[in-house]
Design a protein around this ligand. Structure first.
Ligand SMILES: [Mg+2]
Length: 267
């Protein structure tokens, strides 16, 4: 039981009195109609490009290598190990460096390619060097601008270490469209997707409600499961034609930004 819960349990009446009053009518009218939050990696930009270039440079893999499949496995092992080691919420530097090599080793092993830890380190360095040569998906910047214009509250929720994720957001040049107060990075908050607590934190910090909040993300495990558990509306951005990973039902599925646009704006 947390300190807060203990207080509430031991003094119900006091907790009742301390509850904030409803916002006055004029402030309620100024509330945004909707909150629309996006994931960063492979939702706002194509995350396959830096991986493919690193694999081609370090291992001289051919152009017809199944990079899509490699990317899916790479992300799978990255998320799996991060979750097992609790690295998204508590990004211990040494453990993260180990995970970053392990995901290359395990992904490549699935293609029958065995690489040493040293070679995995070279791959990670090459991959990292390309992390910031990124561009938003076609239509993403325009959509965010239009949502802002019509009064929606637009933000980002991403798993990872604070400075690293912020450097990518800087590279995408979207900071004028999405102010810092609406960017939530798991390593900074201390809670990671798919924990619905992160989405609840975002609602509290932005004065929004789950029932008026929409989340757009590519990861079934982190984005679909997390946002649904938090009571948000979920748009699964399935631009790589992945299969659902469980019985969960996202509210919408979109394969590109035109479809996301139709879902959010109707045109
Ligand atoms: Mg993602």
């Amino acid at each position: 039981m947390t300190q807060e819960h203990k207080l509430a349990a031991s003094s119900g009446q006091q907790a009742e009195q301390e509850r904030p009053k409803e916002l006055p009518e004029e402030l309620l009218e100024k509330r945004p109609a909707r909150a629309v939050f996006l994931d960063l990696d492979d939702t706002l930009y194509d995350h396959l490009t830096p991986l493919r270039d690193a694999l081609r440079e370090v291992l001289s893999l051919p152009s017809d290598f199944p990079y899509d499949r490699a990317y899916a496995l790479f992300r799978y092992y990255s998320d799996l190990i991060s979750e097992q080691e609790n690295l998204s919420a508590v990004p211990d530097k040494e453990k993260v460096a180990w995970m970053q090599k392990q995901r290359f080793i395990r992904m490549l092993a699935d293609f029958g390619i065995n690489v040493s830890e040293e070679r995995a380190g070279q791959l990670q360095d090459a991959y990292l060097g390309r992390q910031f040569a990124i561009q938003p998906f076609q239509g993403a910047v325009e959509l965010i601008a239009e949502l802002n214009r019509q009064g929606d509250l637009v933000g980002l929720i991403t798993n990872g270490a604070g400075p690293h994720q912020i450097a990518k957001i800087d590279a995408l040049k979207i900071k004028t469209a999405i102010p810092a107060g609406r960017i939530f990075v798991s390593g900074v908050v201390g809670i990671a997707k798919p924990d619905p607590g992160l989405f609840g934190h975002v609602n509290r910090m932005t004065g929004t409600r789950p029932e008026e909040s929409i989340y757009i993300g590519d990861s079934w495990r982190n984005d679909v499961a997390g946002s649904l558990a938090a009571g948000w509306t979920c748009i699964w951005f399935n631009h790589r034609g992945a299969e659902p990973e469980s019985e969960l039902q996202p509210h919408h599925v979109a394969a590109d930004y035109d479809e996301i646009r139709r879902i959010l704006l109707g045109s």
